[in-house]
Design a protein around this ligand. Structure first.
Ligand code: BGC
Ligand code: BGC
Length: 646
């Protein structure tokens, strides 16, 4: 049996909160500093609004519908509390919509939500995945994905990125971002590894608070947004890195590792938390706790009661449907466990009908509904949604506000990790003639990765990143166009005729489970992308230094590529500002020191193709990375090109 879960089912319903006393909530979670002082006036206002609401109005508040599936008229009619745009879902399905187009739809939905027949009009809140800048909007500056930011080890930078992202989101009339991801990724096979700052829980903790502060500020200005700590809890620790899989950790590991980001996020006042798709199976204790979306002890007992989180919990994309016995449009278990707002890809209408019935037939206590609605109202009131309109922000509709190019360029510089620099191949002297090869040199799609304009980051070209700079363009700018020749495969030009060769290679975009390296797959990069090895082979050994810039969503087994390269730079998924890469590859002026590599690994680098646990004997440990002045000669590495692992 499941002793802890059984305890969680004994609901003592007292006023607004469900008292869920469990073994997990009694355990050694830290005691957090409360962010907000109790505000009696606010609580009184919430209570009076809730007291005047019908059940249909309450359930409407708890409903989050995807923008392609709901009209403004339906928002009015069903008292809808929230909408989201999923990854690659744009107003009017127009990928090239402007900030003004976004604001227009936000205004329409907002107006619709405040023209109901309810006693008090409650403005709707719109959520979006602005996970590395406002990445669903064409023309927005895209920052490095979180893994690259981790390598920067710079919380102040992260806060500034939060501020710039919030500004961009408000420029589009949206008030809420589903970020930051606080996963502490353990296994690089996970397709969401790049959404994680680090495998070091303490770095994630340091960054989580900084990002929340940057995004939310004091929630009073017209360039702040509501942030989301996601995905609670244990998303980065699933078995074999399977997306939405099973976290087999002990309770102590949840507390010490996967919980760390939430502590600082809550102390910084994060207003929403997204439940995770993963399940928790404490194998050592023989207790399978099932899917997080149904986990009362962690959502209510720990997060709300023990850690004192007083905002609301949103479910992930149809995540309630994964709870045993549930459907996407019906899951009293999830609401009873502590989900306050339900994210629905399309079934919002039956969800409302089914949930009304669940309450009327006693499967969900009214106190739980009132608590959920109170939490949603608390966030909306704190965020000033009742007092401002989307189109009223000083940045609304402004293209410039989508951009923060210099900040992103700095972030790219800080994120690069120099792992090999034999014979001081870097920096490249100004005036050099350089051959550039590799599929990612002139490719903003590969440079940006998943969650870039589209969900998977596919089906786009450089044209969807106006204002962005490829590495090739950045090198042409810093060295002079006449000094740079581009030959993607490296088979046409003669490397011997140049002073140096720069290869820009790596993974192609992916998001979520589509990026998982599936059962038996290895970390050997060239096995999946043979063209990258071929490009290096075409230009290596011609007597000219070969500098490889490797763009990837994770550390991978690349000994074969490293051996062919004189210098090797881990560039992660840098986003739209390729200039940040040129800044470090090319010495500024002869004799004048330019920028140096300050990035250091925030994840260990595997020494072999099947090394999924890099806690022991990795090729490079966390913290590794060279500066330009380090005299360090890396010997040839052993190569065992295993495409599959047992
Ligand atoms: C992802 C979330 C995301 C949501 C909305 C889900 O599939 O897991 O991270 O916020 O979709 O796009
Ligand atoms: C949406 C994403 C979401 C995913 C979940 C996609 O269709 O655009 O936002 O995360 O589905 O599977």
């Amino acid at each position: 049996m499941k002793p802890i879960l059984c305890a969680a089912l004994i609901f003592g319903i007292t006023g607004v909160a469900l008292a869920t006393q469990t073994a997990a909530s009694d355990a050694a979670w830290p005691t957090l500093k409360a962010h907000a002082v109790p505000d009696a006036a606010l609580e009184a206002r919430i209570a009076s609004i809730v007291a005047g609401m019908t059940l249909a109005q309450k359930i409407g508040q708890m409903t989050q519908a995807e923008i392609q599936t709901i009209t403004p008229e339906e928002v009015t009619r069903y008292y809808i509390g929230s909408v989201l745009n999923g990854g690659g879902s744009w107003p009017g399905k127009n990928m090239h919509g402007t900030a003004a187009d976004w604001v227009a739809l936000a205004k329409t939905y907002r107006d619709a939500s405040t023209h109901t027949d309810a006693k008090v009009q409650i403005p709707l809140i719109w959520g979006t995945d602005a996970v590395h800048g406002h990445n669903n909007v064409v023309g927005a500056t895209l920052f490095p994905h979180n893994m690259g930011l981790g390598a920067a080890h710079d919380p102040e930078l992260v806060k500034a990125i939060g501020q710039a992202t919030a500004r961009a989101v408000r420029a589009s009339g949206v008030d809420w971002t589903f970020a930051p991801t606080l996963a502490v990724t353990q296994d690089m096979r996970w397709g969401r590894s790049y959404e994680s700052y680090s495998s070091d829980p303490m770095l994630v903790r340091q960054y989580a608070g900084a990002m929340v502060e940057g995004l939310q500020g004091d929630l009073k200005s017209d360039v702040n947004v509501v942030a989301t700590a996601k995905h609670y809890i244990g998303d980065g620790g699933t078995w074999h890195g399977v997306d939405q899989g099973e976290n087999r950790a002990s309770l102590q590991t949840l507390i010490d590792v996967h919980g760390q980001g939430y502590y600082s996020a809550i102390e910084a006042g994060v207003q929403t938390v997204m439940a995770s798709f993963n399940s928790w199976n404490d194998v050592a204790a023989g207790a399978d706790h099932g899917k997080m979306h149904g986990n009362a002890e962690l959502l209510t007992g720990v997060l709300k009661n023990r850690l004192g989180f007083d905002g609301f919990v949103v479910s992930d994309w149809d995540g309630i449907g994964q709870v045993p016995g549930c459907k996407n449009d019906d899951c009293p278990q999830a609401i009873n466990a502590g989900i306050d707002m339900v994210m629905l890809s399309k079934d919002w209408k039956p969800f409302i009908a089914n949930t009304l019935r669940d309450v009327n037939e006693g499967r969900i206590p009214m106190a739980r509904i009132d608590d959920a609605v109170s939490r949603i109202l608390r966030v909306k009131l704190r965020a000033g949604l009742f007092d401002h309109r989307p189109e009223q922000s000083s940045v609304a509709g402004k293209l410039e506000a989508l951009q923060a190019r210099e900040l992103a360029r700095r972030a790219v510089r800080e994120s690069l990790v120099l792992l090999k620099n034999n014979g001081q191949a870097l920096p490249i002297a100004p005036g050099s003639r350089v051959l550039v090869v590799g599929k990612s040199a002139n490719n903003l799609v590969n440079q940006s990765g998943g969650w870039s304009v589209t969900w998977q980051g596919d089906q786009t070209t450089n044209a969807e990143f106006p204002g962005g700079t490829t590495v090739l363009a950045a090198l042409q700018k810093s060295l002079g166009a006449s000094h740079v020749v581009f030959d993607e495969t490296g088979t046409h030009a003669d490397a011997a005729k140049f002073d140096a060769v720069i290869a820009v290679i790596g993974e192609r975009p992916y998001a979520e489970g589509a990026g998982d390296i599936k059962a038996k797959g290895s970390l050997w990069h060239a096995g999946r992308y043979p063209e990258d090895l071929a490009a290096l082979q075409a230009v290596a050994g011609k007597g000219k230094p070969l500098v490889t810039v490797f763009m990837s969503g994770r550390p991978l087994y690349v000994n074969d590529l490293i051996n062919l390269s004189d210098a090797f730079v881990a560039a992660w998924l840098p986003g739209t500002e390729g200039s940040g890469i040129a800044d470090l590859l090319v010495q500024e002026k002869r004799g004048k020191p330019g920028f140096d590599f300050t990035g250091r690994l925030s994840f260990a680098w595997p020494a072999s193709a099947c090394q999924f646990d890099t806690t022991k004997a990795p090729l490079w440990a966390r913290g590794s990375g060279l500066g330009l002045r380090d005299q360090n000669t890396l010997p040839q590495l052993p190569v065992a090109a295993e495409a599959s692992c047992e």
